[in-house]
Write a protein that binds this ligand. Structure first.
Ligand SMILES: O=C(O)CCC(=O)C(=O)O
Ligand SMILES: [Fe+2]
Length: 427
């Protein structure tokens, strides 16, 4: 799980600009602040993208200072073309380079005009070239050192497919039980699984017109699979991040969008998310099959109860899935889901919501008023549908009830304490 940064790490940002043909090294404070501001909880996501940046290097004094972390950028001048190395900065750079030479360090971010290459793994950069041109250090030699360092960094930038590590919703695998206990552990687990499977009966309820709750709809086996898939997608490009607003406020959840990105700041959908330009992963087909099955199930239930199934839950093809992960103190204020296209809203195409993990207290009502809202508990495996005349209900999560997730979810899938919610919509 990537939640903290190795203590000894320092970081670099390498930017290359096609127009100015300039690369500079800037301070860790820049990249940390930027990443933290953009939503990654600890400000350290790993992103590796191709293509590699074209390398062209010049250096500015602020670059050296920034490496050293001693000053803020004074090189806001991105058009500077020639190296500027003053005696002051030469001194600073020598110290910086010495320090770097003596330790391996993190490359947090290599940024081009289009792409951010980020990684956090402790990453030793060969300083042989720097060593060989050690002293005396003229401005030109300094520049060469810097150039070599940048080349080193770039040459270690993987060229493979994009890969990002964001917030991990699952525990990293704990050390397994000792061998002697293992068989007993497995026997007990199998028994527990059987007992829980026997208890799992789908129980549909019509909470109000267009609002159907399918209790226990998702089998434990499927819950584990959904969590594992969300975990895998959530660690990659476009994965989980903590959305925030420009005023600095943060939502009390981690979010990942599939199919299309929904931006909480602008309340709009787009291909790429503004925070890091990442495209949303596709919605896995298994998820879509489950959604279709839930729609069919609700239709059968409504028909059996003599309601107009198609007007309460119109058929939809999900092309958006917003995945939220709530930690134990997570919540979501009353709101309407109304950023899908007019036609989708007009037709009342339903939102289909899967709950996994700890139980949520879910509020819903006709007004944005907590006092007047109704409450229902959503347990792991429940599917909530709101379409037709309930499509624009106000809804939110007032709290997460700790330690209520089924054992399979916490043990087999390893979901962290908290709740995973997936809402499917058709744009
Ligand atoms: O977590 C939930 O149950 C609701 C999520 C939600 O309303 C949303 O993502 O818009
Ligand atoms: Fe919502």
């Amino acid at each position: 799980m990537l939640r903290s940064r190795p203590a000894a790490a320092s970081s670099l940002v390498v930017r290359s600009f096609r127009l100015s043909r300039r690369v500079f090294l800037s301070s860790s404070s820049f990249s940390k602040k930027k990443m933290a501001g953009w939503g990654n909880p600890q400000g350290f996501s790993r992103i590796r993208n191709s293509p590699r940046p074209r390398l062209s290097v010049s250096s500015g004094k602020s670059s050296f200072n920034k490496v050293d972390g001693t000053s803020k950028s004074s090189s806001g001048n991105d058009n500077a073309n020639s190296p500027q190395v003053t005696s002051q900065s030469t001194q600073t750079s020598r110290e910086s380079i010495d320090r770097l030479y003596n330790s391996s360090y993190d490359i947090t971010s290599v940024k081009t005009h289009q792409t951010t290459y980020q990684r956090t793994k402790k990453f030793p950069v060969s300083m042989d070239a720097i060593r060989s041109s050690n002293s005396p250090q003229s401005g030109t030699q300094n520049e060469e050192m810097l150039t070599q360092r940048v080349r080193d960094i770039i040459s270690r930038c993987p060229q493979s497919d994009a890969e990002t590590t964001h917030f991990d919703i699952c525990k990293t695998k704990a050390a397994g039980p000792v061998i002697l206990n293992k068989s007993l552990y497995e026997i007990n687990r199998a028994k527990r699984k059987e007992a829980q499977a026997a208890q799992q009966t789908i129980c549909p309820q019509r909470l109000r017109p267009g609002m159907i709750l399918l209790k226990n709809y998702i089998s434990l086996q499927d819950q584990v699979k959904i969590i594992q898939k969300c975990r895998q997608l959530g660690k990659g490009t476009g994965g989980f991040y903590k959305p925030g607003y420009t005023d600095g406020a943060k939502l009390r959840l981690y979010m990942m969008c599939l199919g299309m990105n929904w931006d909480p700041q602008s309340r709009s959908y787009g291909v790429k998310r503004p925070v890091d330009g990442a495209e949303s992963p596709k919605i896995p087909m298994e998820f879509i099959n489950l959604v279709n099955g839930a729609i069919q199930y609700s239709h059968k239930f409504l028909n059996d109860e003599h309601y107009d199934a198609l007007s309460e839950v119109p058929i939809m093809s999900p092309d958006i899935c917003i995945v939220n992960f709530y930690e134990k103190n997570g919540r979501l204020g009353l709101h309407q889901d109304r950023d899908e296209c007019k036609e989708s809203l007009h037709k009342g195409l339903p939102v289909i919501s899967f709950s996994l993990g700890d139980t949520a207290k879910f509020l819903y009502g006709d007004e944005r008023d907590v006092e007047k809202a109704s409450e229902v508990e959503l347990h792991s495996g429940d599917v909530l549908i709101f379409g037709g005349s309930s499509r624009l209900i106000f809804h939110g999560v007032s709290s997460i009830i700790p330690n209520t997730a089924p054992k399979q979810v916490t043990e087999d899938a390893g979901l962290l304490p908290g709740r995973l919610n997936l809402t499917f919509r058709q744009y």
